[in-house]
Design a protein around this ligand. Structure first.
Ligand code: GLN
Length: 486
């Protein structure tokens, strides 16, 4: 019963081959048996999951089930979940029980998906390796000595290890696509504003976007369908109607024009990763697509631009964690200033502190023009590069990451090396565009991701293009051989 597709599970539930309760129990047992090796979950919510599964069984019995009814999901611990610890991977929120559900969580619950638990992540979603979590690193299910990627590493690893059917994540600079690539699963970051940010703990509000991890584009389409759409609680959520993603999956892709940015295939890209990505692009040519080289000349500036904009927004967003209203509070403060200082000093880890410091610096009166304003101007140029590219091509393809998953600890003392891991993913967030990563041929037994970037609100098309490759190839079916797996 492991690694089946959502439609197959759903059909089995309707045919009463097993109940939603039994399915949920099976996943809870797998978590119990295997998660010690992975550390994908911060909190397992067995009781709630079983109660939700029983409700799903009632809906199934009443003939009122939808395509996701009874399918167990995990949520990144950045999404507020009513009555359940919501830590954001930080000591700051270690004792925080959310008083309400994030819109995304609420919608997936309404779709009948039992929540198995909350997944591990880099602290406040700042990281590319899941090593900044207060709850310890997540291990890559393909090789326990390697990172799963971050910041949504727990969600990616949980899907890869069969510890849930699908999982939510968030992507501010690559945190869905990069871990999806490292863990060999499908991950989609929709257009900015496609999914509500309400109840999603803010990191960099102009970049943050919720998305999905699943075993295939077809599964991801079903989950995204239930999550997406306008929410009156989030003024930046888009009013645009949500198309029927499942219906779009089968559209033809012959005649598809693929752009390969030369900036994504240059220095710094591991040659084996390049070969694997190129082999996948050949498959697309065999499916009737045409390929041309394009240029995104300002995109190489996206890492420095991001590391001004994201810390600036984070320094403002994280000011709310002051030890007064919620979150960690130091013992016996001498006065208000001591309370602020020690609560924040104790509650935040080193990477979060680094970002807050950079952010306050680039926003300071003396440096605002030189850094923040300049970064905003460059952000426009980066968006323009993509706009021009989409006048010529339908989709942009390239590697998701420059290498396969690196060893735990390999980059933890070198923030710049860590930041450069997102070199191919960050520009998409700066431009607000949708991006998707799908597994292609592994290198030395480790997964490789092919990245697809689309124009605004083209997530349905991206899922369709990804699905067509997954119909023609089996890379997405590969699974890690976990000890004592089955
Ligand atoms: N790795 C990037 C960072 O550390 C992106 C994180 C994310 O997308 N949440 O900021």
């Amino acid at each position: 019963m492991t690694e089946p597709s959502i439609p197959a599970l759903s059909a089995a539930l309707r045919a009463r081959e097993f109940s939603a309760r039994e399915l949920t129990e099976e996943y809870l047992a797998r978590i119990e048996r295997l998660d010690d090796q992975i550390n994908a979950y911060i909190t397992v919510t067995a009781e709630q999951a079983l109660a939700a599964a029983e409700q799903a069984d009632q809906q199934l019995a009443a003939g009122a089930a939808g395509p996701l009814t009874g399918i167990p999901i995990a949520h990144k611990d950045i999404f507020c979940t009513h009555g359940v610890k919501t830590s954001c991977g930080s000591r700051m929120l270690d004792s925080f029980i959310a008083p309400y559900d994030a819109t995304v969580v609420q919608r997936l619950q309404a779709a009948g998906m039992p929540m198995l638990g909350k997944t591990n992540m880099d602290e406040f979603a700042m990281g590319s390796s899941n090593e900044t979590s207060f709850y310890g690193p997540v291990r890559n299910p393909w090789s326990h000595e390697r990172v799963p990627g971050g910041s949504s590493g727990g969600s990616a690893a949980a899907v890869a290890a069969g510890l849930c059917v699908a999982a939510t994540g968030t992507d501010t600079g690559g945190s869905i696509r990069q871990p999806a690539a490292f863990c060999g699963v499908t991950g989609i970051k929709p257009t900015y504003g496609r999914c509500s940010r309400w109840g999603m703990i803010a990191f960099a509000s102009s970049l943050d976007q919720a998305g999905v991890f699943a075993r295939s584009a077809a599964d991801a389409a079903l989950v995204l369908q239930a999550m997406a759409g306008f929410d009156e609680h989030d003024s930046t959520s888009a009013h645009a109607p949500v198309p029927d993603y499942a219906a779009q999956l089968e559209e033809r892709i012959d005649g598809l024009k693929i752009g390969l940015p030369k900036e994504y295939f240059g220095e710094g890209l591991d040659p084996d990763v390049a070969a694997s990505v190129e082999a996948a692009i050949k498959e697309y040519e065999a499916l009737g697509a045409s390929v041309r080289e394009i240029s995104l000349p300002n995109v190489p500036l996206s890492v420095p631009v991001y590391y001004v904009v994201a810390p600036a927004e984070c320094s403002s967003n994280l000011a709310r964690f002051d030890g007064v209203r919620y979150g960690h509070r130091c013992d016996a403060p001498e006065d208000l200033e001591d309370l602020y200082k020690r609560s924040r000093a104790e509650g935040f880890g080193p990477e979060v502190k680094r970002r807050i410091m950079i952010g306050t610096y680039v926003l300071s009166a003396g440096y605002y023009d030189a850094y923040y304003l300049k970064a905003q101007q460059l952000r426009h140029l980066i968006s323009d590069d993509f706009r021009r590219a989409f006048e010529q091509v339908d989709v942009i393809m390239g590697p998701t990451t420059p290498s396969t998953a690196f060893a735990l600890g390999a980059k933890s003392n070198d923030p710049v090396a860590m930041y450069l891991n997102d070199i191919y993913t960050i520009a998409t967030n700066l431009a607000g565009l949708p991006g998707l990563s799908i597994p292609v041929a592994p290198v030395d037994g480790m997964p490789v991701g092919l990245q697809l970037i689309g124009d605004v609100f083209q997530e349905g098309r991206l899922l369709n293009i990804a699905h067509r490759l997954q119909q023609a190839t089996d890379w997405h079916r590969l699974t890690p051989g976990l000890a004592a797996n089955r």
